[in-house]
Design a protein. Structure first.
Length: 378
């Protein structure tokens, strides 16, 4: 990536030489050019919110910025990209969306996320640190910035406008008004599940902003909940890509002797899973881990893995995440251990499972979803 502060070699995490997706796009480059062309002062407290793979803070490392991200993988990519660029240790302060926000922000750079709810939550958390002279600039590809995005900036921070598009990217300019009345932060959101979803019928769910289907139970998870292996004795179970944790909580409620690991690469998701588990009385034994799938889980230590893999990486459609999850599950399962997967029918996960496990059984299906079971033979 060529910037006014030099050229940088950037990669996503985990690095894969077969991955053709870049760790930056035209919106990152557009924002960095604008900062230099307009002479935006960067000597104060610079905060980059939603910097996906660390492109912004790597280019601006000499100004000692703070990055705020919901992604463990994005944070690890940032660390690797900073090291590759030769940045001084500690040059960038790395925070998660669950950490207390900075007390003062002089320049706020916002990489618009896919989730408007996450943007709302984070702008409300950062608003007290913004002052009259704070420079607020958002960036994103044209397809990522909508009227609702601009209204959100305006409702929380102050008057907002957009730039002309360049290379299908656009900037957002917001003029903070600290005297403006701000809405209360509606996150996290709690609701009770409907009847007919097995062990968790009528049970509470807690969702932090940005978690998939944060205001309702999505139909895929509902279908999965009605076909879970819940009564097979004491087991080490993993809710892989746990989201709000309702799947793992259902296992814990039906079998309090189970030892359940909730893991996700989203800090918001793992916080949601822990809150959902606690809201249901903290049944059994549980561990909550933010990380890269099953990395760090010992080989052959797991009895059951439950997985609803994502097939998007930001705006890109990719099977890389599901493949990594399935591969990790096979390694972590003991012989005879089982992987249960739910997915859209068209994704053809059974093909991947047969390649990895040598088998794939259809547990249930409807017009849209399938639940598949694969067993580790050896």
């Amino acid at each position: 990536m060529t910037t006014p502060w030099g050229e940088f070699s950037l990669a996503r995490f985990p690095e894969d030489p077969r991955d053709r997706l870049r760790a930056w796009d035209a919106s990152d480059a557009y924002l960095l050019r604008h900062l230099a062309e307009e002479g935006v002062p960067l000597s104060g407290a610079v905060v980059a919110l939603g910097d996906r793979w660390g492109a912004l803070v790597t280019a601006l490392a000499r100004f000692r910025p703070t990055q705020i991200t919901d992604s463990y993988l994005g944070q690890e990519a940032t660390r690797a990209n900073l090291a590759r660029a030769g940045a001084a240790p500690g040059a960038v302060r790395l925070l998660t969306t669950q950490d207390p926000p900075p007390e003062r922000v002089d320049v706020l750079l916002v990489r618009v996320p896919k989730s408007l709810a996450l943007l709302e939550d984070q702008l409300l958390r950062l608003a007290p640190a913004v002052h009259t002279d704070t420079v607020v600039i958002g960036t994103g590809m044209v397809k990522e910035i909508h009227t609702s995005t601009l209204r959100l900036f305006e409702r929380i921070l102050g008057p907002t406008r957009t730039s002309l598009a360049r290379q299908k990217a656009r900037l957002i300019f917001c003029t903070p008004d600290p005297e403006q009345a701000r809405p209360a932060n509606p996150w996290p959101h709690r609701y009770d599940l409907p009847e007919g979803v097995g062990a968790v019928s009528g049970r509470p769910v807690v969702n932090h902003a940005g978690v998939f289907c944060a205001d309702r139970l999505d139909i895929g998870t509902r279908f999965f909940l009605t076909h879970l292996p819940l009564t097979r004795g004491v087991r080490r179970v993993v809710d892989l890509g746990c989201g709000n944790g309702i799947v793992g909580t259902a296992v814990a409620l039906a079998n309090p002797g189970a030892d359940v690991l909730f893991t996700d690469e989203s800090f918001q998701a793992v916080a949601s899973a822990e809150a959902t588990y606690e809201a249901n009385g903290s049944p059994g034994r549980a561990e909550f881990r933010v990380g890269d799938g099953l990395a760090g889980v010992p080989d052959g230590s797991v009895d059951v893995v439950l997985n609803n893999p994502p097939f998007h990486s930001h705006q890109a459609t990719s099977d890389a995440t599901s493949w990594r999850m399935f591969t990790g599950a096979r390694r972590a399962l003991r012989p005879g251990g089982e992987l249960y997967v739910i997915g859209n029918r068209h994704l053809a996960y059974h093909v991947k499972l047969r390649r990895l496990f040598g088998n794939s059984e259809l547990v249930a299906s409807d017009a849209k979803f399938v639940v598949l079971r694969a067993v580790k033979r050896a």
